[in-house]
Design a protein around this ligand. Structure first.
Ligand SMILES: Cc1cc2nc3c(=O)[nH]c(=O)nc-3n(C[C@H](O)[C@H](O)[C@H](O)COP(=O)(O)OP(=O)(O)OC[C@H]3O[C@@H](n4cnc5c(N)ncnc54)[C@H](O)[C@@H]3O)c2cc1C
Length: 423
């Protein structure tokens, strides 16, 4: 029997329904739409980009091989590379060469939003913003109905395939499908932007920041958590920089905790900005111009796929027949109150993400991409970076269209590989 939510709703029948318009969701929409599928994308915020824009993480990692070469070497072609190259132009940015052979792309947050809007428009995807997934009905190992509140109106979807790119396994959780909770809590962070800083030398800014914060802590003027403040590498331009404040408080399952975290993060930023303005000459005339609307939460629950990407796969750079993404970023763990812990694999090498890690073990028409793929928490601490999310998202879009068309798995994989890894 239909539940009241579903009977009161407007009905829509897309081929592919994507939940979440972050990096993975945008790529999934582009991937599915280029096969001719009718695609609907639901996003609960009023901007696209997910963590990349709402939490303003500031750099795209995972696109390039780690090495000491003077020129970056892409690990991927096709949609993720085109996206990155456009982002580079719109942000007036270029790949940043960091310690230990790491390379990443600093970006401008408005440029990221603009590019996501452009991808959705050009792909002719039907986008619903302010659209919150509310209800999922499963029957015979398939997702049959999905209910959403869109601008406070109930809408029901009868999708062919659902791709969960919410980062939170929201579809599986509402459908009563098992998910995996994290064992280790990873530190959250709040980003913010300051203008009118009296230098454009990032090294000088970094050292000066370290010195004044150490002084503040030693003299008791400032609290310990300010130690986790850093400048996002490559972000200082025209006396404006993006800062990231690591937060040491943990959040659990109490629904109120997210509110407490958001409020305390904003308070901590106001406190640190005031301290810098009054104690560091480089910040004397500086102003706080933006606090990212969302605290950056790195991990959520994980889906269970037909296979699970593991730490051994990552560290040993394991290759598989059904590769749909190439991971190049090290395993990066953020224990609250500590500097990040990185575990590297070889220069100029990558691990493969199997297509089976994007397919639900419990539901025939449920796929996932981005930071809620089927992986252990160590493997995900590498695979969650934006570059890899763009790859798994694009692949999930193609896999979804393949399921609709009853294509054989090997043929869909070959199509994805031709597009992403043409050499
Ligand atoms: C503090 C921090 C720093 C980071 N630094 C970097 C970095 O420097 N470089 C890098 O590459 N990566 C970085 N990452 C990781 C990276 O930003 C994310 O893992 C990646 O952006 C995830 O993309 P996604 O599309 O999988 O998920 P998200 O970006 O989380 O997108 C999920 C989308 O789903 C939407 N959604 C959720 N629930 C619902 C619902 N019920 N209904 C409708 N929509 C819903 C959300 O609003 C969101 O837009 C960082 C992450 C954090 C938290």
């Amino acid at each position: 029997m239909d539940e009241p939510f579903f009977t009161a709703s407007t009905l829509i029948h897309p081929d592919v329904l994507i939940i979440g318009g972050g990096s993975a969701g945008i790529a999934a929409a582009a991937g599915a739409a280029e096969t001719g599928a009718r695609v609907v994308l639901l996003e609960k915020n009023t901007i696209l980009g997910g963590k990349a824009t709402a939490a303003y993480v500031g750099t795209v990692c995972g696109l390039y091989y780690r090495n000491d070469d003077p020129v970056v070497r892409y690990a991927v072609d096709g949609f993720p590379r085109i996206f990155a190259e456009k982002l580079e132009i719109l942000s007036n940015s270029s790949p940043f060469f960091y310690n230990n052979g790491l390379r990443f792309l600093p970006y401008d947050h408005y440029a990221f939003i603009q590019l996501c809007d452009e991808v959705v428009q050009q792909s002719k995807v039907t986008l619903y913003l302010d659209a919150h997934l509310m209800q999922v009905e499963r029957e015979d190992h398939c997702i049959r109905k999905v209910g959403a509140m869109i601008h406070n109106r109930a809408v029901t979807f009868h999708p062919g395939v659902v791709i969960d790119t919410s980062g939170e396994c929201i579809v599986a959780r509402l459908a009563g499908i098992d998910t995996v909770e994290n064992q280790t809590y990873q530190a959250t962070a709040q980003t913010f932007i300051m203008t009118d800083i009296a230098t454009d030398d990032e090294q000088k800014l970094r050292l000066s920041l370290l010195r004044s914060i150490r002084k503040g802590i030693d003299s008791g003027l400032y609290s310990q958590h300010s130690e986790m403040l850093s400048v996002i590498p490559g972000s200082l331009k025209l006396n404006r920089a993006v800062f990231k404040l690591g937060l040491s408080s943990e959040i659990g399952n109490d629904p109120f905790e997210i509110t407490r975290l958001q409020l305390s993060a904003r308070y901590a930023v106001a406190e640190i900005v005031h301290y810098l303005q009054t104690h560091n000459p480089l910040f004397k005339n500086a102003a706080l111009s933006m606090i990212a609307p969302e605290v950056g939460i790195r991990t959520g629950p994980r889906n269970v796929g037909k296979t699970i990407l593991t730490k051994e796969d990552v560290i040993n750079c394991r290759k598989v027949e059904d590769a749909v993404a190439r991971g190049t970023w090290p395993i990066e763990f953020w224990i609250p109150g500590k500097k990040p812990h990185l575990e590297y694999f070889s220069f100029n090498d990558h691990y493969d993400v199997p297509g089976r890690a994007l397919q639900s073990a419990a539901s025939k028409n449920l796929l996932f991409a981005g930071r809620n793929i089927s992986a252990t928490e160590e493997a995900l601490a590498s695979a969650r970076v934006i570059g890899t999310c763009l790859m798994t998202g694009y692949a999930a879009g193609h896999l979804a269209a393949g399921i609709i068309n009853n294509d054989c798995y090997e043929i869909i994989i070959a199509t994805v590989q031709r597009s992403l890894f043409p050499e």
